[in-house]
Design a protein. Structure first.
Length: 226
């Protein structure tokens, strides 16, 4: 348990660096942008591998009996989460995490203005339901809590960065998924959402029906239905 907690704390600390512009800028100033991104990616990947390996080393302690309904929850939440993460990273979104620097709002922000964070939380929550044991609760529950806990920080940072334009942009979206749509904001569709949908469909089919999940993670998601 000590190793898992240490690995997870390191993971959280590493992913908190981009949230502090002063620290990120200082590191980039000293080592350069290419070295920063290459080194950060390598260290983050290593930390993630350590988190998973230390979690798998924990004793298996079941918390509830697994039924097909548990897998069904994962089949809904995990692909939806993957879709939100991919669409969020590809879409323009000055209100939250994205790889697209455009100041406009992509269509996925009609679902939520924090698609990457909600997507990560949805993916993790689905895996909690499908596994039903203590180590999965600690691992995926920690990921979900980290993602959701980052939302208030992201809101505060984007308000400070955008100033008076924040309210105008945020008025077309919502923090809670689909809340803006329920309040009358019309949903739209664009290329990032199309790409995200196609990638999610292909990845889900490979993981579930082509043995991808079993090959990579050593577990068959369809086992509960057999």
């Amino acid at each position: 348990m000590t190793e898992f907690l240490a690995a997870f704390v390191l993971f959280v600390l590493l992913h908190s660096i981009p949230a502090v512009p002063a620290i990120r800028s200082e590191i980039i100033r000293h080592v350069g942008r290419p070295v920063y991104f290459a080194g950060y990616s390598a260290v983050s990947t290593a930390a993630l591998i350590w988190v998973f390996s230390s979690a798998l080393a924990l004793d298996y302690i079941p918390l509830w009996e697994l039924r097909p309904a548990n897998a069904t929850v994962a089949f809904v939440l995990a692909p939806f989460g993957i879709f939100l993460v991919i669409a969020g990273l590809l879409s323009a979104n000055p209100l939250s995490i994205t790889l697209n620097p455009s100041p406009s709002l992509g269509a996925v922000t009609k679902i939520t203005r924090h698609p990457v964070l909600w997507g990560f939380a949805a993916w993790a929550s689905g895996h909690i339901a499908a596994n039903g044991d203590l180590r999965s609760l600690l691992l995926f529950g920690g990921f979900a809590a980290f993602a959701l806990g980052a939302i208030p920080m992201t809101e505060k940072r984007s308000k400070r960065r955008l100033g008076g334009s924040w309210a105008k942009l945020a008025g077309h979206s919502s923090i809670l998924p689909f809340a803006a749509c329920l309040e009358g904001e019309q949903s739209t569709f664009d290329m990032p959402m199309l790409v995200a949908g196609l990638v999610t469909a292909v990845l889900t089919l490979w993981l579930l029906f082509a043995g991808g999940h079993s090959a990579v993670f050593g577990a068959d998601p369809l086992a509960l239905f057999i």
